[in-house]
Design a protein around this ligand. Structure first.
Ligand code: NI
Length: 402
């Protein structure tokens, strides 16, 4: 195991025991007082308070739900940005932890309390260490769970003068002391579709007088399954899932209308477009086949998250520096979840990694479950990595090699 396992050591992955304890306490305080996406004003106050104790000037954004702090560098130049998210989920916590949520029905079930506190740990490290080559911008972003927070921060100028950006997420599948760094796509685009089928309501005993929306919608459910299996290159992961089928009023009434809703995931931009056009083509063709009116609408979500080669190399070097090459791995399987960090990467190059944080005994409880927790030693690894990558990227940008 990595050196973090030695609890008696005076440092934990480059953090003094004191700083590690501070970061753990910050995390527990945030965990105790979770706030939903868009309501993170109490959370930003706690972040602000700790930045004040470090003497770091900062300001809030997006109606006091986000925080930004700029640290000066030796040279004026583009910022190296480090980003954490700070929102919780509408879940009733069942972990039984001593610092369990005090806000009924709201829980930090995705580890964003961890991300926010590890970035505070990085802030402490960056003010203590050798001078930074280039300025560093620390970003605590709201509303990641809605996929809207990054966009709001960008709209308010958080990426102005930023040359490169880094972020990460806790991952229960890997032990603490492991960092997962992967070049290329690491999260999928997340769009939703809404299909409305308008047939003709009628008597259950006289189907010839009606146009049965349930039969038409059922054919669509079956046909849409063939898009991923028959039309998309199997080397490009993608998903079409129908999560809602709403139709009918009574056993002896033929449904006049039906609604199908689902989610579309893809890692490749052209696959994303292909899935949308195929859903529309098939749904309309099946409607026409049976004389039903069909309308298809899409709600576009986060784009796929793609790590660029050079930032990924920097993220990997920093990871090796923190945990050693034996504890740096690529993602073992494609992740089809969404992550709004993708919006930043549409504007500037960067890399999004994963922090191993498997909590012993809780392996079966994934993120977004009421019993989710992580190994707090991952906080030290995350803080150290954030600080290290800020130096590494600053040096690389300083030399102009990016
Ligand atoms: Ni998350």
């Amino acid at each position: 195991m990595a050196k973090i396992m030695d609890d008696s050591s005076k440092t934990v992955f480059g953090l003094t025991r004191d700083l590690f304890d501070t970061v753990v306490n910050l995390r527990r305080d945030l965990h105790c007082h979770p706030e939903l996406s868009g309501d993170e004003t109490g959370t930003t106050e706690k972040i602000s308070n700790y930045l004040d104790t470090l003497g770091i000037s900062h300001h809030t954004m997006v109606e006091k739900t986000g925080v930004v702090a700029d640290l000066p560098g030796q040279k004026k130049g583009p910022f190296v940005a480090l980003r954490a998210d700070n929102d919780a989920l509408p879940i009733l916590e069942e972990t039984g932890l001593p610092f369990t949520s005090q806000n009924h029905g709201i829980m930090h079930a995705c580890g964003h309390d961890g991300h926010s506190s590890m970035l505070l740990g990085a802030a402490a490290l960056l003010t203590q260490g050798t001078p930074l080559p280039l300025p560093v911008r620390l970003i605590w972003q709201p509303a990641e769970e809605l996929g809207t927070g990054a966009k709001s921060m960008i709209d308010e100028g958080v990426l102005d003068d930023v040359g490169i950006i880094f972020g990460g997420h806790l991952d229960r599948r890997y032990p603490a002391g492991t960092l997962i760094v992967t070049e290329g796509p690491v999260n999928a685009s997340t769009d939703t579709f809404h299909v409305r089928i308008q047939g003709q309501q009628g008597h259950g005993a006289r189907p010839h007088e009606a146009c049965d929306a349930i039969v038409v919608a059922s054919l669509m459910v079956t046909a849409l399954q063939t898009i991923v299996s028959r039309e998309v290159d199997p080397a490009h992961p993608s998903v079409v899932s129908i999560g809602r089928f709403d139709a009918g009023t009574a056993p002896n009434v033929i449904a006049g209308s039906a609604i199908l809703e689902g989610t579309i995931r893809a890692q490749d931009k052209s696959v994303r477009t292909h899935l949308q056009s195929s859903i529309e083509r098939m749904a309309k063709a099946i409607g026409q086949l049976h004389g039903a009116q069909v309308s298809v609408e899409f709600k576009f979500g986060t784009p796929s998250l793609v790590n660029a080669p050079e930032p990924t190399a920097l993220a990997k070097s920093a990871a090796i520096d923190v945990v050693g090459a034996d504890h740096v791995e690529p993602l073992h399987t494609a992740n089809m979840g969404g992550e709004d960090f993708a919006y930043y990467l549409e504007k500037v190059p960067g890399c999004y990694i994963r922090f191993g944080g498997q909590a012993p005994g809780r392996e079966g409880f994934p993120a977004h479950s009421s019993r989710f927790d992580f190994d707090e030693r991952a906080l030290a690894v995350g803080a150290a990595w954030f600080a290290r990558v800020a130096y590494f990227a600053g040096k690389a940008l300083f030399r102009g090699s990016l």
